[in-house]
Design a protein around this ligand. Structure first.
Ligand code: MLC
Ligand code: AMP
Length: 502
């Protein structure tokens, strides 16, 4: 592969039919691939004029829109790395990412300009530009004045395309460095595995700031020259309304439980859809069964991770096994290992470890953490506990990492516990996930208070000021003390038993 071919965008240019549809948004705007080429050229030029050079980072905290998606591709095209930020992040959370990644430019929603500009200045970010959900803003204004051609910057396959932050068990987020090769190899592998081709229309209702919406689903369309119907946010009625125009739907398990709760969703509503894919969190076997009964199609469950994109998938043709995440995707080597990183035979439970061309390059400016997460031989420790059957199907049976997955969003208890412990009137806290019908797991806090007047509402209010609201506990319980083992470690399993029944 020559250097220029290493750029993901060069592949899109080589493969797509410029006249073919690319994205249609739910407010009725449509873009062809030729619009993508022109708009990304203008954005790349405008960013270049704002000081962005190949190798720099560009951060974006943006509402979902076709333009926001084109912006990520413009950043890749110009050889810089895209740093997407959840729109729910509060200023204190954004500040951490800006200081750590040192982006040359931050692009934000026009409504947040003043606040973000002050923050960016304090963090040494060169410039703040805006882009709204309607595609308007200072970036759009500057881009308008630029020519619609741009020579895609040559990149080696190992160069960075994006940095996606994932929280850690220590409470501090780490930036997973994803290269052009990671995205291209995995994107091609899953597009093939899921049978993507030019006739496909992907109904896309996921956010654009995590790997599921930004890469896993969108890359299938992007790399095969097919098109996407963008919905700004997930709304079950709107999803059902748009379904007759779609051939593929991808979502987190909450999408599927909500579709089951929607009486209008039936076989007729999804007659054009050839494939439903679920990932990011466990799909209950019961949900899968009910969904198959209602729609006539077994959802295809797959397993992925920010650090490695898609790891395993159930097959397009062949048995989609409920409760299993399927087999390793093309290019992924997978083993189940014991705590000393020794491979275990099939049928035994251990840590899922992987290696291959889609595993990230490492954590941004964090060689210690990178070294910690890789076992000898280059095996990445996923932190997920699994078992592989004789015929190669992987089932996830637990997590070695202390993590709650709520509606597909990862919440690291340590981060929430640190925030609660710092509140006045609190002695200590423990955060757990408890089963929740809609979200899979719900974030729940158990707090030991010094001040008996402290209420659940006080804790929730204080946390909402500092944390994205999906991280804020749905329930706060007060306890006289936390259960601990002989080593003094909080027994979270005991807390889950006590508080998880509801
Ligand atoms: C929203 N809220 C949540 C929540 N989503 N609370 C807990 N968990 C969630 N997932 C809260 C909001 O903070 C808000 O709280 C209230 O619910 C209403 O917000 P909303 O935006 O109207 O919610 P809704 O539209 O119902 O969102 C639910 C959802 C969304 C399932 C559509 O969470 C979602 O899009 N999830 C997908 C996440 C995702 O893309 N994950 C992929 C990660 S990548 P309040 O208090 O302010 O009212 C990955 C790797 C892989 O995991 O393999 O894919
Ligand atoms: P993230 O760090 O946000 O990329 O989330 C990755 C984690 O999501 C994985 O390590 C798993 O714990 C979990 N995950 C993703 N897909 C599945 C799935 N299909 N079933 C169970 N867990 C999943």
């Amino acid at each position: 592969m020559s250097a220029v071919d290493g750029n993901l965008f060069a592949q899109v240019e080589a493969r797509a039919d410029p006249a073919a549809p690319f994205i249609e948004s739910d407010d009725g705007r449509s873009f062809t691939y030729s619009d993508l080429f022109a708009l990304s050229a203008r954005y790349a030029r405008a960013l270049g004029a704002a000081g962005v050079r190949p190798g720099d980072r560009v951060a974006g905290q943006l509402e979902k829109s076709p333009e926001a998606y084109v912006l990520w591709l413009a950043v890749a095209r110009m050889g810089a790395a895209w740093l997407p930020l959840n729109t729910a992040y509060q200023p204190a959370e954004v500040e951490y990412f800006l200081r750590d990644a040192e982006p040359a430019v931050l692009v934000c929603d026009p409504a947040h300009l003043d606040e973000r500009r002050a923050l960016a200045r304090a963090c040494g970010v060169g410039e703040v530009l805006t882009l709204g959900a309607d595609g308007r803003g200072t970036l759009a204004d500057r881009a308008q004045a630029e020519p619609a051609e741009f020579a895609t910057v040559a990149r080696a396959a190992d160069d960075l395309a994006a940095i996606l932050y994932t929280s850690g068990t220590t409470g501090r987020s780490k930036g997973a460095m994803l290269t052009h090769r990671n995205l291209l190899q995995n994107g091609d592998a899953i597009a093939r595995a899921w049978g993507f081709g030019r006739g496909d229309a992907l109904l896309h209702a996921l956010p654009l700031f995590h790997t599921h919406g930004l890469f896993i689903s969108a890359n299938c369309a992007l790399l095969t020259g097919s098109w996407m119907l963008f919905q700004r946010r997930f709304d079950v009625d709107r999803l059902v309304d748009a379904m007759p125009r779609a051939t593929v739907v991808m979502g987190v398990p909450t999408f599927y439980t909500r579709l089951l709760d929607c009486p209008r969703f039936d076989r007729a509503a999804c007659r054009t859809v050839r494939l439903f894919v679920s990932g990011s969190a466990p799909l209950l076997a019961e949900t899968s069964r009910q969904f198959a009964e209602r729609s006539g199609q077994v959802p295809l469950e797959r397993y992925g991770m920010t650090e490695a994109v898609v790891i395993t998938t159930n097959p397009l043709r062949g048995e989609r096994r409920a409760g299993s995440v399927g087999q390793p995707v093309e290019g992924v080597e997978l083993r189940i290992a014991d705590p000393d990183d020794r491979p275990l035979p099939r049928g035994q439970t251990g840590m899922i470890q992987i290696r291959g061309p889609a595993v990230m390059k490492g954590y941004w400016r964090n060689p210690e953490k990178t070294a910690e997460e890789f076992a000898p031989g280059g095996w990445f420790r996923t932190g997920d506990l699994g078992v592989q059957s004789e015929d190669g199907y992987v089932s996830i049976v637990g997590r070695a990492k202390d993590l709650v997955i709520s509606g597909g969003y990862n919440v690291y208890p340590k981060e929430i516990e640190l925030a609660i412990d710092a509140l006045p009137g609190v002695v200590e806290s423990a955060v757990i996930g408890v089963p929740h019908r809609d979200l899979g797991e719900a974030v729940t806090a158990v707090v030991v208070r010094r001040d008996p007047a402290l209420t659940e509402a006080d804790v929730v209010r204080a946390l909402k000021e500092q944390l994205a609201s999906y991280k804020v506990p749905k329930r706060v319980h007060f306890a006289a003390e936390l259960p601990r083992n002989a080593m003094g470690k909080v027994l979270k399993s005991k807390l889950r038993e006590t508080y998880g029944g509801g």
